[in-house]
Ligand binder design. Structure first.
Ligand SMILES: C[S@@+](CC[C@H](N)C(=O)[O-])C[C@H]1O[C@@H](n2cnc3c(N)ncnc32)[C@H](O)[C@@H]1O
Length: 359
């Protein structure tokens, strides 16, 4: 935050190069850096509530930093945070997600203990003030709060259009919960989708397997240009959202539904699919990286392995660790990009395109 923005971008690019160099992974090409703006990009925040403070934990500490304003938040999200900060939650600790959707709709996910939730529902006045402004989801089961006229009740989760992706230039609403994983910023996500679409232009109608499709944010841009996509994901609620998104695709894109198959499971443990049936692997794993997902590559002859691999990560350490495994299977990096989804912080998103050496 103390550095001028251009210097922040340079630092991120130098750090990424250093990660690869330290791991002795040879990459001498360019790193292209993209930015959607020097601040104000975030459409979702995840804060903790502890002992009357609302914010984030200090690095490597149990101390919570109370955060009133944040340079990362979009103006609408900052406004929503200011509303939420007026509340003194009747709980010692919990976590909150605040989200602003593409139409400006606001969402709040409250994750407190069962007893704290019970007290909150009985207390009534706090939720009565918030419910006209926010769609409120409660607890790990993400139940939706509603007012019967006499009391608050919870009903089953219902995906709504909380995020957006792009299939070429066509914007597509992504259905999910307030509590679902989405990229942090709709604006920065457009840059990510554009880069991936451009890479797909250079690959002839690939058969794609995707690790960690989530609600389909990268699945759909790729589906627009692929012969078929096999989407693999662990989280059922995200897949419920993806199914609803497919049902609501714009009429001009409807037939693409036939070209996707969806599989639920823990793909870090074991992959049941056969990599030799695919031309492209698309991966956007959690911080822990791909783990055992890559193991079956080694069992194939080099020419049977998918020719291309797109790997997106907000955690360069695991990207580099997985890149070393990819190199052992004959892949090298063709393009490396940074999308600065998190300006004014040390984090950044990396997009990499690998290609298998042709023997
Ligand atoms: C960084 S998110 C990416 C989601 C999506 N690409 C997007 O842009 O919104 C990682 C995704 O991997 C999924 N995931 C985590 N562990 C997994 C596993 N063991 N097997 C399959 N998917 C997993 C998460 O549920 C999440 O949807």
């Amino acid at each position: 935050m103390e550095l001028p923005y251009e210097e922040q971008l340079k630092l991120k690019s130098d750090q990424l190069r250093a990660h690869f160099q330290d791991a002795q992974f040879p990459y001498l090409g360019d790193i292209e850096v993209h930015s959607a703006g020097s601040a104000g990009l975030r459409d979702r925040l995840d804060f903790s509530w502890v002992g009357g403070k609302l914010g984030l934990y200090k690095k490597q500490s149990h101390e919570l930093v109370d955060i009133e304003t944040c340079l990362q938040l979009s103006p609408a999200l900052q406004q929503a945070l200011s509303e939420i900060r007026k509340v003194s939650w009747p709980a010692n600790k919990g976590s909150l997600r605040v989200r602003v959707g593409p139409q400006g709709q606001k969402g709040l996910w409250l994750d407190f203990s069962n007893i704290d939730i019970k007290n909150l529902l009985e207390e009534k006045t706090i939720l009565k003030k918030l419910i006209p402004q926010f769609t409120i989801e409660i607890g790990q089961r993400r139940k939706i709060l509603f007012w019967t006229g006499q009391e608050f009740k919870l009903r089953d989760p219902q995906p709504q259009a909380w995020f957006q992706t792009w299939m070429g230039e066509q914007v597509v609403n992504l259905y999910c919960q307030v509590a679902s994983f989405t990229q942090p910023s709709i604006q920065a996500n457009k840059i990510i989708c554009d880069i991936i679409s451009e890479w797909l232009e250079g690959i002839d109608q690939p058969r794609v397997i995707e690790f960690g499709s989530g609600i389909g944010n990268l699945t759909l841009p790729v589906l627009a240009k692929a012969k078929h996509v096999t989407a693999c994901e662990i989280d059922q609620l995200s897949l419920d959202g993806l199914q609803m998104t497919l049902q609501h695709l714009p009429t001009s894109l409807c037939e693409l539904k036939e070209r996707i198959s969806i599989h639920r499971g823990d793909f870090q443990k074991k992959l049941m699919q056969d990599f030799s049936q695919f031309d492209l692997v698309l991966a956007n794993p959690p911080r822990s990286g791909l783990m055992n997902f890559l193991n079956p590559l080694k069992e194939l002859l080099p020419h049977q392995r998918p020719r291309y691999f797109i790997y997106m990560s907000c955690f360069p350490e695991s990207l580099v660790a997985d890149s070393l495994k990819l190199r052992e299977s004959g892949y090298s990096i063709r393009q490396l990009h940074i999308v600065d989804q998190f300006p004014q912080s040390a984090h950044y998103e990396v997009l990499s395109l690998f290609e298998r050496e042709q023997l």
